[in-house]
Design a protein around this ligand. Structure first.
Ligand code: 0O2
Length: 214
């Protein structure tokens, strides 16, 4: 594909990422406006780089004309949560929307079945309808749901993979695995005291509302 064709090809994916970011961010703002706890801490999104799409197509032996059906993470949304329990609440929100504004294609639980690298996250691949100037189109998008600790680990490991072109030296890999276990332990500890943390956060919100209304 030429650069101009790639730009045209990626447009619906860019629109889908923008729409999905708005949808998940508004769940958070609505809940907070109602004075309720939001399981969503923040939301990001990205379009996969063309070089990365081509690399994955090569790895999966996918032809250029099959890329939109076979590569599921060209449009990617990432939802960050405070606690592991929140991840499953967010997955339930997505399941409730199944058949409405999105269709769940499949789910991958890399929390209970964490990857060899130490990677943990919950992935939901959806089919998402988008309206383009040329008419309607259904695209695949990947929603990754993870805790702040999982995201910290994932972001660092991703940049090391990029730096070492997927060949991270063994001694660094070992450290990364230990760090992944430490991040998971941190999540478990935080889960144990989450009611305490949530009450403290509530008190802090009330206090700052009082101060700002003075
Ligand atoms: P980019 O464009 O750099 O963000 P699989 O064969 O299913 O194990 P696949 O298909 O690559 O492997 O996995 P999946 O579930 O589609 O996940 C793809 C994305 O999940 C990755 O995007 C990462 O964002 C994240 N991910 C999956 N495994 C790991 C991992 O071991 N470490 C980190 N840091 N992230 C991971 P890309 O490919 O990095 O693309």
């Amino acid at each position: 594909m030429k650069i101009t064709d790639w730009k045209k090809f990626l447009l619906p994916y860019e629109n889908a990422v923008e729409e999905l970011k708005v949808k998940f961010k508004s769940i958070r703002s609505e809940l907070l406006a109602l004075g309720e706890y939001s399981p969503i801490e923040f939301v990001t999104g990205r379009i996969k780089k063309v070089s990365s799409i081509l690399e994955k197509a090569k790895k999966l032996e996918v032809n250029e004309d099959e890329i939109d059906e076979k590569i599921e993470d060209i449009a990617g949304i990432r939802i960050m949560c405070q606690f592991v329990e929140d991840i499953y609440t967010v997955v339930d929100y997505i399941r409730e929307r199944d058949g409405r504004d999105m269709d769940i294609f499949y789910e991958k639980d890399y929390i209970n079945n964490y990857k060899e690298s130490g990677y943990r996250s919950y992935h939901v691949v959806i089919k998402y309808p988008i309206q383009t100037a040329m008419g309607p189109k259904v695209i695949l998008a990947e929603i990754q749901i993870r805790t702040l600790a999982m995201n910290f680990w994932g972001t660092i490991e991703h940049s090391l993979k990029y730096k070492y072109k997927h060949n991270i030296p063994q001694h660094i890999n070992e450290r990364l695995k230990k760090a992944a276990d430490a991040a998971f332990q941190l999540d478990q500890e935080m889960s144990e005291i989450r009611h305490e943390i949530r009450n403290a956060q509530k008190m802090f919100e009330v206090k700052s509302n009082v101060v700002s209304s003075l």
